[in-house]
Design a protein around this ligand. Structure first.
Ligand code: TRP
Length: 385
């Protein structure tokens, strides 16, 4: 069986380094591994609209931002089909049929959607009053069904995403099984591919909060300048009890170390080891484990570790920034990639929906089917006479 990847992001803001370690870096590796027959990466504008219906301009403006993030991180349109969800109308069509295979009760149990409803204040008992009055948009409530369409339209076998997407994958697999059992074996059950490094599973925000999120203002964006990265790292959450440099420090739950776990490689010590050479204290570290040991023992200050982290982050982001600057000078090219990708994606989705309609027996106007319908009617008439 062919190995096919589908994944994507909502265009509600530029992508941040949480996206990078959680998914983008991995996608580029998967793309270049040559192990997959096809790779689709989707800008999920229709999903973004499920809770931004009154702000389409935000979604619209962010499409090019996300596309720039993709291309500057190394997704290559020769190897990966980059497309815009709303331009593949077959996805909307599939969603409507899948709705019949899912109960409202099942949708209500989706923990990610539950959490999002709380955060957005759509819930009746919490959140802001204006959002309460608006209630939960039905489209938002049902977006996991549309996500099942995104995945199955391309017969994706692998979906690399963060762990918050696990409930969507589970629901997709249920829909696939229900569809295949009801209408015949058309759809493919996908499997989730989670990031392998624990620090990358859910990179915390710079304030140490559970997750990087635009609304919390705790993100480092891929498009941030080197200076902005420095400022954001300087303000980062560490160990609140590490008051004196000489105090022993905690590494667990210390955001600076979580970021180092996600980004630091041994070679960084050859190039940025100087960060640990101070006037009063000086260390010769060769691995992150050595830094952690010293931090735990005491004597290593936050400033040194933060300076090192800034270098590590900027070293990772610099080539991405350079490619972005180049691409920003050629925006028509970026849109051209998206247009061509959307056309390609549409061809694949059209093929799948044709198979679905055949299995569901709603392909009335296919030649033999139409002949059969006419013949059936005639036979019934004859037997009634
Ligand atoms: N829900 C994903 C997110 O919020 C975006 C998305 C939409 C997606 N459709 C998808 C991811 C299909 C993987 C597969 O980031």
């Amino acid at each position: 069986m062919s190995k096919i990847i589908l994944t994507g992001d909502r265009p509600t803001g530029p992508l941040h380094i949480g996206h990078y370690v959680g998914s983008l870096r991995r996608r580029v590796e998967l793309q270049n591994s040559g192990e997959f027959d096809r790779i689709f990466v989707m800008i999920a504008d229709a999903q973004a609209l499920t809770d931004n219906a009154d702000n389409p301009e935000k979604v619209r403006q962010n499409i090019v931002q996300v596309a720039l993030d993709y291309l500057s991180c190394g997704l290559d349109p020769e190897k990966t089909t980059l497309f815009i969800q709303s331009q593949v109308s077959e996805l909307t069509e599939m969603t409507f049929f899948y709705m019949n295979l899912v109960t409202v009760q099942r949708l209500q149990r989706n923990p990610t959607v539950k959490q999002e409803i709380l955060v957005r204040g759509f819930n009746e008992s919490e959140g802001d009053e204006a959002a309460n009055k608006r209630g939960i948009p039905a489209g938002f409530f049902a977006y996991p069904v549309s996500q099942a369409a995104d995945i199955t339209a391309f017969k994706a076998t692998h979906v690399p995403v963060g762990e918050d997407q696990e409930p969507m994958l589970e629901q997709t697999r249920e829909i696939v099984r229900k569809f295949n059992a009801t209408y015949g074996p058309v759809l493919v059950e996908p499997e989730i591919m989670l990031p392998d490094n624990a620090a990358c599973l859910r990179l915390p925000g710079t304030d140490g909060k559970a997750k990087m999120s635009k609304s919390l203002g705790n993100c480092i964006y891929l498009s941030d300048s080197a200076e902005t990265v420095r400022t954001k790292v300087r303000g980062m959450f560490t160990d609140p009890n590490h008051l004196q440099v000489s105090d022993p420090g905690k590494v667990e739950g210390n955001t600076v170390f979580t970021y180092l776990d996600a980004f630091c490689k041994d070679e960084h010590f050859d190039r940025f080891g100087d960060c640990f050479h101070g006037k009063k204290v000086s260390f010769d570290f060769h691995s992150l484990d050595e830094v952690k040991a010293q931090y735990r023992a005491g004597g290593l200050g936050d400033v040194m570790v933060k300076n090192f982290l800034t270098e590590v982050l900027n070293d990772t982001l610099e080539p991405i920034r350079a490619r972005r600057a180049e691409l920003e000078r050629n925006i028509p090219y970026v849109f051209d990639v998206l247009r061509k990708g959307s056309e390609e994606a549409r061809k694949v989705a059209a093929q799948t929906i044709a198979e679905m309609k055949r299995a569901m027996r709603i392909n009335y106007f296919d030649k033999e089917v139409l002949e059969g319908l006419i013949a059936d009617f005639a036979a019934k008439q004859a037997s009634a006479e």
